[in-house]
Design a protein around this ligand. Structure first.
Ligand SMILES: N[C@@H](CCC(=O)N[C@@H](CS)C(=O)NCC(=O)O)C(=O)O
Length: 212
């Protein structure tokens, strides 16, 4: 089976990209230009009319969207080390984390002006985003207070690459890790994984955040 991932450099699509690298599944990575909504073969909106990444196309042509769902799909395709057994207590904890990252962190990081400029790139919008994400990140920070290496415990799971996208955005936006030492250590731990290093090299430089 070969799946096709559609990604933009440094976007939330980096999370399934890391999971694909972790999983050993066969895949192709198709780069999307989000400013122009095009990819190597033309109009990206024909691939995903929601007009955002990530998109995953399965070998039977099924199109999957929504980062948390794509992550769960990929984790269930491989052996069970990335996700807890279906409906176990740990499974529900992982589901809660994926939903929290998607709705409380990911969405609040996205620029209020969105299209063509999905991370904030003006002083005002950056400030607004920081006010929204900081208390939510503080909550995650406290979860790491118990000394766990990964978000859901001692074992790396599908939630970690998604959280890493958020800590990577903290860096990109120059927000830093003030008051978030556990998240900073997590970010550094993630960067030591060979899968993450490969994806950072493959994806290359993200789009410019220069003030417009
Ligand atoms: N609800 C979607 C949101 C995905 C999303 O916000 N993607 C951003 C990049 S992280 C995007 O592609 N934005 C393109 C645009 O708004 O023009 C999900 O959870 O996957």
């Amino acid at each position: 089976m070969t799946v096709q991932l559609f990604y933009a450099s440094g976007a939330s699509s980096m999370a399934p990209h890391i999971v694909l690298e972790e999983s050993g599944l066969s895949y192709t990575a198709n780069r999307v230009n989000l400013d122009r909504k095009i990819w190597a073969k033309g109009d990206y909106n024909k691939i995903n009319p929601k007009s955002y990444v990530p998109t995953l196309i399965l070998d039977d042509g099924t199109v999957l969207t929504e980062c948390a769902v794509i992550l769960e799909y990929l984790a269930t395709r491989v052996d069970d080390h990335l996700i807890a057994p279906y409906q176990s207590p740990d499974y529900w904890q992982q589901r809660s984390w994926l939903n929290y990252i998607a709705t409380e962190l990911h969405e609040n990081f996205i620029s209020p002006f969105r299209h063509g400029n999905w991370l904030p790139n003006t002083a005002e919008s950056k400030q607004l985003v920081y006010q929204r994400v900081y208390p939510r990140l503080k909550f995650v920070e406290a979860q790491f207070g118990t000394g766990k290496p990964w978000l859901t415990g001692d074992q790396f799971s599908l939630a970690d690459p998604y959280l890493f996208v958020m800590t990577n955005w903290l860096r990109r936006l120059n927000f830093g890790f003030e008051g978030l030492p556990n998240l900073q250590a997590f970010d550094e731990r993630m960067r030591q994984r060979p899968s993450v290093q490969r994806v950072l090299i493959q994806e290359g430089k993200p789009h410019s955040l220069t003030d417009k």
